[in-house]
Design a protein around this ligand. Structure first.
Ligand code: ADP
Ligand code: MG
Length: 258
């Protein structure tokens, strides 16, 4: 089982969209994939068509009460893809577990008990470097960072990388950066091209070759409760996510072998 955490403390950079579409691409090639929705907003859950009423058990119950993932994970509209949904209850969980000695490793323990059920787990983080994101990093083999192609793309990245380093030094020595994916790229915009060049200059081969274009079909898909890849496979955004999936798999195989 490979665990990939999608993190960036900025909101609206494409974490959830990337989690949903990468997971769908992996599921489509026969991997058994689990998304863990760790954002109280629950966008990954909604985007995969999970109604609020269906969320009787959620990531809150996993973290607060140690309910096993096997009881909480729900099958989605995508074959081979399950989700641990989230609810607003998550907003309170930090306070509830803050004083517990295992506060940073509760997700790790839960996933450890689900080793045989899934081949890939993608953890969709909230837009914050809080205890939820720390739990996600503590549990992960690698971190995938979506960066929006906008002027302030690199701002905040060093703080994120410092957090990864802190987790590596304290809780999870094997943690590495899977890669950085540039999202919402608009080729007509000169600034976007400059951002791509800047990020590649700073981060080198950590940056995936695939760049996700800004694409209206991608933004429409969640309101239909489907991944873009199911909603419109041919659109440029879906095609880019399929390409990203091949890069992620290539890197995971290399990391696993190392
Ligand atoms: P995050 O999880 O980081 O907050 P989201 O994945 O929810 O970000 O994306 C923020 C918004 O941008 C959503 O409304 C989403 O549908 C939209 N979006 C994400 N990626 C694209 C894209 N490539 N093209 C167009 N809209 C996008
Ligand atoms: Mg999100």
């Amino acid at each position: 089982m490979r665990i990939i955490t999608l993190a960036n403390q900025k909101g609206g950079v494409g974490k959830t969209t990337t989690a949903i579409n990468l997971a769908t691409a992996l599921a489509a090639i026969g991997e058994r994939v689990l998304i863990v929705d760790l954002d109280p907003q629950g966008n990954a859950s909604t985007g995969l068509g999970i109604d609020k009423e269906e969320r009787t058990l959620s990531s809150y119950d996993v973290l607060a009460d140690k309910i096993p993932l096997s009881e909480v994970a729900i099958q989605t509209v995508v074959p081979n893809l399950w989700i641990v949904p989230s609810t607003m209850d998550l907003l309170g969980v930090e306070m509830e577990i803050a004083a517990l000695p295992d506060r940073t490793t509760r997700l790790k323990s839960a996933l450890g008990d689900a080793q045989d059920l899934f081949s890939y787990v993608l953890v969709d983080c909230p837009p914050s470097l809080n205890l939820l994101t720390i739990n996600a990093m503590a549990a992960a083999d690698s971190v995938l960072v979506p960066l929006q192609c906008e002027f302030f793309a690199l701002e905040g990245l060093s703080q994120l990388l410092r957090t990864v380093e802190m987790v590596r030094q304290t809780i999870n020595p094997q943690l590495i950066i899977q890669g950085i994916v540039l999202t919402m790229y608009d080729g007509r915009n000169n600034l976007a091209n400059q951002v791509v060049d800047d990020v590649r200059a700073h981060m080198g081969d950590k940056v995936y070759e695939t760049v996700i274009p800004r694409n209206v079909r991608i933004s429409e898909a969640p309101s239909h409760g489907k991944p873009a890849i199911l909603y419109d496979l041919k659109c440029s955004g879906s095609q880019a996510y399929l390409q990203l999936a091949t890069e992620v798999i290539r890197r995971e195989r290399r990391l696993k072998a190392a």
